[in-house]
Write a protein that binds this ligand. Structure first.
Ligand code: FAD
Length: 373
């Protein structure tokens, strides 16, 4: 089959890699002239990434061994983990290279503009081309033009993520997160990429400018760059395929992002792996996504629960995190897939049951009353 993939981010290139290996003719169309640029990402991934692609040290900026959680009362708690800060443009280029080596054809500077009969329309240097296509994969990010042109777009809620790159002195194995009213609805972060540079940012639905100002005040080094971009809030109602099953969405285009952290690299690539398997075995992609959706729904519920917390609740939660058995559980289980360990979390730290009431209340809340701060 002739497969057109729109977007050469991690989800698009990973789909290209897996599908071209099945013997299909795969073309990837990327709007920008260079893969991976501009960057709109902090680039933290769990070690789960290396279950998807072989580990490549050249794209790792630093390895993290702990997260320092800052409670609203000013106390801090360090939790051990093993995660990676990537050169995000490097990651996109790396997966694209794997896909190209496997036979996928890349067309940079080619923007998808719509569908034609039996094909897709792309624009390159002002010229419109029609590409014969059997299956189109929209991996074109949170504002997916593919979804819109295929008639499967639904309005989505997003957080605005804003991040500065700041020169200063940092511990290269530790990242900081800040919770509470100051960073209402999400959290603030400072993630080192080396001893001397960190990515410092926030995400918010309404107060991005204020919060960004607050977080950067905590890191008064030299600002050397900044990035911003929308982070889709996971919604199970977002369609992922058209009725004829000729158009599919993966990654941010389908809103498949963890609502606890805004991370979507791994979950997006997992959606591509599921789609590749569905194409190979003629399975229903929307149905096959269910296990991933279950985890994303859990992330969303955890986010909603946290958004009901008072400052005192946050302080209590962060104290619960001091339990070494929680650290071990989080070390052993990548936090991408909480369904694998959430029940055990309550078992090893029963004080977390204090928050069960908020959790159940959110679970039962009618859809139109859900808020993300
Ligand atoms: C500030 C911020 C920080 C983040 N930090 C993290 C993090 O630390 N860890 C993490 O896992 N996730 C993070 N994310 C989320 C992560 O960046 C996304 O989930 C991830 O990039 C999604 O990958 P994707 O391949 O689906 O889409 P994208 O990476 O958005 O790729 C889409 C590609 O499609 C191309 N494109 C778009 N429209 C067209 C078109 N019409 N024609 C052709 N090409 C097109 C774009 O140029 C782009 O290359 C962050 C996001 C933001 C905004």
């Amino acid at each position: 089959m002739r497969i057109s993939i729109i977007g050469a981010g991690p989800a698009g290139s990973y789909a290209a890699l897996l599908i071209v290996k099945q013997g299909h003719e795969v073309h990837v169309f990327e709007d920008h002239d260079e893969i991976g640029n501009p960057v709109q990402c902090t680039g933290i991934v769990t070690h789960g990434l290396w279950n998807l692609v072989p580990k490549d040290d050249s794209i790792i900026r630093t390895e993290l061994s702990q997260v320092k959680i800052h409670a609203p009362d000013g106390s801090t708690m360090a939790v051990k983990l093993h995660e990676f800060v990537l050169d995000r443009a490097g990651l996109d280029k790396y997966i694209a290279r794997l896909a190209q080596e496997a036979g996928a054809k890349y067309h940079l500077g080619h923007r998808f503009i719509g569908f034609a009969e039996n094909g897709v329309r792309v624009r390159n240097k002002g010229k419109e081309l029609i590409i014969p296509t059997d299956i189109t994969i929209g991996a074109d990010g949170p504002n997916s033009e593919v979804a819109k042109a295929a008639g499967i777009w639904t309005p989505r809620k997003v957080w605005g993520g804003v991040q500065a790159t700041i020169r200063g002195n940092y511990a290269p194995d530790t990242f900081d997160v800040f919770f509470g009213k100051e960073f209402e609805g999400f959290f603030g972060w400072a993630v080192p990429e080396s001893k001397s540079v960190a990515r410092v940012g926030i995400a918010s639905q309404h107060k991005a400018r204020e919060m960004f100002h607050r977080i950067t005040k905590r890191y008064p080094g030299t600002l050397i760059g900044w990035q911003s971009g929308p982070i889709p809030i996971y919604d199970r109602k977002v369609p992922v395929q058209n009725k004829r099953r000729t158009v599919f969405l993966v990654g941010d285009a389908a809103g498949l992002v963890k609502a606890t952290t805004g991370g979507g690299i791994i979950t997006g690539m997992v959606s591509s792996r599921i789609l590749a398997d569905c194409i190979k075995n003629r399975k229903n992609y929307a149905r096959a996504l269910k296990p991933l959706r279950r985890d994303l729904a859990l992330h969303r519920l955890m986010r909603r629960t946290m958004n009901t917390f008072t400052e005192a609740d946050y302080n209590k939660l962060i104290r619960c995190m001091s339990n070494p058995r929680i650290h071990k559980l989080l070390m052993d289980n990548p936090r991408d897939f909480p369904s694998r360990f959430i029940a055990r979390l309550f078992f090893v730290e029963p004080r977390l049951l204090l928050f069960a009431k908020n959790f159940i209340k959110q679970l039962l809340l009618p859809r139109n009353e859900v808020s993300y701060g």
